[in-house]
Design a protein around this ligand. Structure first.
Ligand code: ARG
Length: 472
């Protein structure tokens, strides 16, 4: 089919083509099925660009008004879901321009003066991502609020702390909760700094060489709410670091939540029994009636893998690309949208699961066993003047003796203890107390009540002062 009368005639780039595109290629090449998500940003960019063209005397006031009005109509069609995608609409940029021309006639063809889909797609994606991040941030803060609020409410609950998944030392349940707060606090700070790196406008870079019509790019960027403009047009049209960084951010957050989820999955087993998930965030088995499965947490753990897969996959797309725009870059949107949708889900389900689970205080406390106080025995001797290395050895002998006699540490008599070290006295009885044990760790960051309270206060202060708005 020749371009005359063929679909190529209506294609933005159809002029130099004789033959039509193979339908398989047409489908393969099209991105409209997913990049239509950026319809609003695409129109926003075009309206601002039309204004710039007007200021540069490439559009009369009347033409600019006509284009803007036409774009507003296109916008309302998308908003009311009445926009009809036509078979030749390759992507959102093509679709909007085609529709604009149908509405306003030939003048619609002027909006693309000096612009390319290469700088257009980059600006659309940045606008979309900035908006998404502003919507995402409250979901991160919500999760933090849930964790901090629980930590504040349940400070009296003691549980075993683990290393190598072996019982190690007694800790406060709140201390465990807060251990998952701080990585996410840093994630939020990262999100804010990421926001400012995205906030640089690539529009006005053309296909690759720049804009030949003296567009005021600084003014255009300001119109669109950006902080500044990109410095090099070749770089601007091919830069997808903002997508990579965002996907890294999402991978890291999901990896943090995956680790928390893993703890909670273990804590919810019958073997541990520390927590019980709410029915709202668990599912049953189609075969075994007794089962209550922690699917919410397992999906968080699983999706963390998918997030990282997206990141690595897209890095592979970028690696080795020659300079400036290449169609490989179209792969960016699939990954970016999927990541955005998944991380939203992860954050909301994590907040809901943590907010609604029940912690079983008695089971947590009963899981504490006296051998977990062996370190405290060593610290006792240290306080009596013994070097820690020797104290560690003596405490080891105490544990060994209790194992040999088949009794708990607290059941050893003072006589038996003083045979191991004459430094043991009556006050050793104070060591056999879990509350006393956790209260030793008063230094900043420890599990003592004062330290936990400090963490809560600092986390609350952070949450009160943290804002991520469009005006960043
Ligand atoms: N749909 C394309 C993308 O998402 C838009 C840019 C097309 N540019 C081009 N030179 N073919 O990357």
């Amino acid at each position: 089919m020749t371009s005359e009368g063929g679909t190529e005639a209506v294609k933005l780039w159809g002029g130099r083509f004789d033959a039509s595109t193979d339908p398989i290629m047409e489908k393969f090449n099209a991105s409209i099925s997913y990049d239509k998500a950026m319809w609003k940003q695409d129109i926003q960019g075009s309206i601002a660009y039309a204004k710039s063209l007007q200021k540069a005397n490439l559009l009369t006031d009347e033409e600019s008004q006509k284009i803007t009005d036409g774009l507003e109509v296109v916008k309302s069609e998308w908003a009311s879901q009445s926009f009809v995608i036509q078979p030749g609409d390759e992507d959102i940029h093509t679709a909007n321009e085609r529709r604009l021309k149908e509405i306003v006639g030939d003048v619609g063809g002027k909006v693309h003066t000096g612009r390319s889909r290469n700088d257009q797609v980059a600006v659309d994606m940045k606008l979309w991502l900035l908006e998404h991040i502003v919507q995402l941030a409250p979901h991160v803060t919500k999760l933090l609020e849930v964790l901090v609020e629980r930590a504040d409410r349940e400070k009296s609950i003691l549980m075993p702390g683990y290393t190598h998944l072996q019982r190690a030392q007694p800790i406060r349940w709140s201390h465990w909760l807060l251990s998952h707060v701080w990585p996410i606090v840093t994630d939020l700070k990262r999100l804010r700094s990421l926001y400012s790196r995205i906030n640089v406008c690539p529009l006005g870079s053309g296909a690759l060489a720049g804009n030949p019509f003296n567009i005021d790019r600084e003014n255009l960027a300001q119109e669109l709410g950006f902080d500044g403009v990109t410095k090099n047009s070749l770089h601007a049209v091919s830069d997808r670091d903002f997508v990579v960084e965002y996907m890294f951010w999402a991978s890291l957050v999901s990896s943090h939540l995956s680790r928390m989820a893993e703890d909670l999955i273990l804590f919810s087993t019958s073997e541990f029994g520390f927590v019980k998930l709410s029915d709202a965030y668990a599912t049953g088995s189609s075969l075994m009636p007794q089962k209550k499965n922690p699917d919410s947490l397992e999906l968080i753990r699983g999706k963390a893998g998918t997030m990282t897969g997206n990141l690595c996959g897209f890095l592979m797309v970028l690696k080795g690309l020659p300079s400036t725009y290449n169609k490989d870059l179209q792969e960016d949107k699939v990954k970016m949208f999927e990541t955005a949708c998944t991380i939203m889900g992860i954050l909301q389900v994590a907040a809901g699961t943590v907010a609604t689970l029940k912690v079983n205080e008695d089971v947590c406390r009963n899981a504490l066993s006296e051998e977990m106080l062996a370190t405290d025995v060593a610290y006792y001797l240290v306080k009596k003047g013994m070097a820690f290395r020797s104290a560690h050895g003596k405490a080891g002998e105490v544990v060994k003796l209790s194992e040999e006699l088949g009794c708990a540490l607290s059941q050893l008599t003072l006589d038996q203890l003083t045979k191991i070290s004459p430094l043991f006295e009556d006050d050793v009885s104070s060591v056999w107390n879990y509350e006393h044990s956790v209260e030793q760790y008063k230094a900043t960051g420890g599990t003592a009540l004062t330290s936990v309270n400090t963490q809560i206060a600092e986390a609350q202060e952070f949450l009160q002062s943290f804002r991520l708005t469009q005006e960043e």
